[in-house]
Design a protein around this ligand. Structure first.
Ligand code: ADP
Length: 600
């Protein structure tokens, strides 16, 4: 076998073993399947529609079909393939746009002659005829194990593809080639311990429902830098962390995910789009290929893989899409890259699960979702992590998973939100009211959270500033105090507040308007490095720290406070792209002096 695709012995030929008994939407029941295996790929009817066995009782198999089943009926034949549902992993994945079962959208559109995918079309996930320049990094006689890098291929202008020994393979390099090869050409022959020869190509397969192996997970202690001020400073996510963005329609889930995809410091992006409506997915499909990577100036697609479920695609393909995406993401993680995966929206994935479970006549759980919704959700997010990869070279790779959830009516008590909240540690709660008021990103600062933040205290201290965590905490406390004070103001008016309370309101307003508000469509505002985020927030918090004593004095009045030159300059801090640490310190000194002068 040239790679790790799991097969049973089927003499290479598809075998016709089953006969369809019943078809209900995307689900087919067939008998005569006793020799088949769970999760085996089958071809349904003479049209050879792609399907997967998801239940097996005796000789009856329940098959979920990834294509439209109209016209298929009892008596039609089912062909076994002996393969499990797998993804092809090789150079050429980057820049691709796939459907939920890794068929390249462009190719299938071309093959079927229009934008609807014709049934039964087979299309290779990667270009089998393209040649890649392979440069070996090991030599004859070297002993290699699973995960070891055998050589490199410049996959796109910005990413080097590491060709690795597939899992469960290893031995001594008996021969190795250098030059231009197709992904199916043998590049390395390995002599295994039992003296048999493993022929290694640049192409390997991995079953989508099985996490790719790793040595071990390590403690996530470094944040994923996204350039979003609300995300990075207030509600950070770890490299290798799992986060969720719930929010009603129009709150900004897609914009937030895309802006993280564009700016975050992951090298590889996998974006799984399950559109709420057809046109939303079309937008992603038409917009994403035009996004420019601000770091390289090259198209973002050079380091991106898009998985798209447009509205004309069958529900089963949507169910599979998250697994297809995460398996590809793990493969790049295994090369030692930081990978970020966005799934937008996982509610549509859960709905696909619900539909298939209904067709299987399983006992429904809450709101009709299957009882295994929670475990499937957990299994998906648990594939996130920062890991020691297989291989003898002590590589580390990370996979960060960010899932959007669209709870109907924004009600987070519904099952998909609950299942997601249980397993994700960063929660960005998008708020319809904030979006309505055009406060973007509409991440509600009172009920969002990050359980990773405590992991980063060392990182912040070392990399950003000794008091980063304190400044962050003060700012968050001020926002909480503000919300309580605003209640009082609503009841009894501003006059009832002390000068100390008014100072809280002033500084909290600055935090909201001049720090948290961030326009994803403004070239300069869209990304703020963490160092500058600290500079801005510390400057704002200085108004509070320096004002605390001043407001106690009888001669203090707020009109003078708002007339200070530094007061007016706060709004402009985020536009000072070139400011260095010293510039922020100078500004903070001015704030202290100007407030000091008020008191004097
Ligand atoms: P959702 O995916 O939750 O339905 P979108 O991400 O499509 O919502 O956002 C809806 C609209 O809100 C966008 O078209 C945009 O006008 C605005 N918006 C969302 N986030 C931002 C942001 N960070 N900066 C500026 N505008 C935003």
């Amino acid at each position: 076998m040239t790679n790790s695709q799991e097969t049973t012995t089927l003499n290479n030929e598809d075998q016709a073993t089953g006969v369809i008994e019943r078809v209900t939407g995307p689900l087919v029941r067939a008998n005569g399947m006793s020799s088949a295996k769970l999760y085996e790929v089958v071809k349904v009817s003479e049209e050879k529609l792609l399907g997967e066995i998801i239940e097996l009782h005796g000789d009856i198999a329940a098959i979920q079909v990834y294509e439209e089943t109209a016209g298929i009926g009892p008596g039609d034949v089912v062909y076994r393939t002996g393969r499990t549902m797998s993804v092809a992993l090789a150079p050429g994945l980057l820049e691709s746009i796939y459907d939920g079962v890794q068929r390249p959208l462009k190719k299938i559109e071309v093959a079927s002659g229009n934008c609807y995918i014709k049934r039964g079309i087979e299309a290779d996930a990667v270009d089998m005829s393209k040649v890649w320049k392979f440069t070996p990094t090991v030599k004859v006689g070297d002993k290699v194990e699973s995960g070891d890098v055998l050589g490199e291929v410049q996959e796109t202008s910005v990413i080097v593809h590491k060709v690795m020994v597939p899992p469960n393979e290893g031995g001594v390099v008996a021969s190795i080639k250098e030059g231009e090869f197709k992904v199916t050409d043998e590049i390395v022959a390995l002599k295994r311990e039992d003296d048999s020869i493993a022929s290694i190509t640049m192409l390997q397969y991995w079953p989508i429902r099985k996490p790719r192996p790793k040595k071990n997970k390590i403690f996530p202690s470094e944040p994923l830098r996204t350039g979003g001020r609300s995300v990075d400073t207030f509600f950070p996510i770890a490299k290798g962390g799992a986060g969720c963005i719930p929010g009603p329609f129009g709150a900004g889930k897609t914009v937030t995910q895309q802006s993280i995809a564009k700016h975050c410091d992951a090298q590889i992006i996998v974006y799984i789009g399950c559109g709420e409506r057809g046109n939303e997915m079309t937008e992603v499909l038409s917009e994403f290929p035009h996004l420019i990577d601000p770091n390289t100036g090259e198209p973002l697609m050079k380091r991106t893989i898009l998985i798209a479920n447009t509205s004309n695609m069958p529900v089963a393909a949507r169910e599979a899409s998250v697994y297809t995406g995460i398996t590809i993401a793990e493969y790049y993680r295994d090369m030692g890259y930081n990978v970020a995966l966005m799934a937008d929206s996982t509610s549509r994935w859960a709905e696909a699960m619900r539909e298939i479970s209904g067709r299987l006549e399983e006992m429904p759980g809450e709101e009709g979702y299957p009882a295994y919704l929670s475990s499937r959700t957990a299994e998906f997010y648990e594939r996130a992590g920062i890991v020691k990869t297989l291989g003898s070279d002590d590589r580390t790779g990370s996979l960060t998973v960010i899932g959007a959830v669209s709870p109907p009516g924004g009600d987070l008590s519904e099952p998909v939100s609950q299942a997601t909240l249980r397993v994700t540690k960063t929660f960005w709660s998008l708020d319809a009211d904030l979006a309505y008021k055009k406060h973007f990103p509409s991440i509600n600062w009172l009920n969002s959270y990050s359980l990773y933040a405590q992991n980063f205290e060392e990182f912040w201290k070392k990399e950003i500033a000794i008091d980063f965590a304190d400044v962050r905490k003060t700012a968050m406390t001020l926002l909480e105090k503000e919300s309580k004070l605003l209640e009082i103001v609503r009841l009894v008016g501003m006059e009832s507040l002390s000068n100390g309370d008014r100072l809280v309101l002033e500084v909290a307003r600055m935090i909201r308007e001049d720090f948290l508000f961030q326009n994803a469509f403004d070239k300069d505002d869209a990304y703020t490095p963490l160092e500058r985020q600290y500079g801005i927030l510390k400057s704002i918090v200085t108004f509070y720290d320096a004002g605390l004593d001043a407001v106690q004095l009888p001669e203090f009045n707020f009109v003078d406070f708002t007339k200070m030159p530094c007061y007016a300059e706060v709004a402009n801090l985020k536009n000072q792209l070139k400011w260095t640490e010293e510039d922020y310190q100078t500004f903070q000194d001015r704030v202290r002096n100007e407030i000091g002068a008020l008191a004097g």
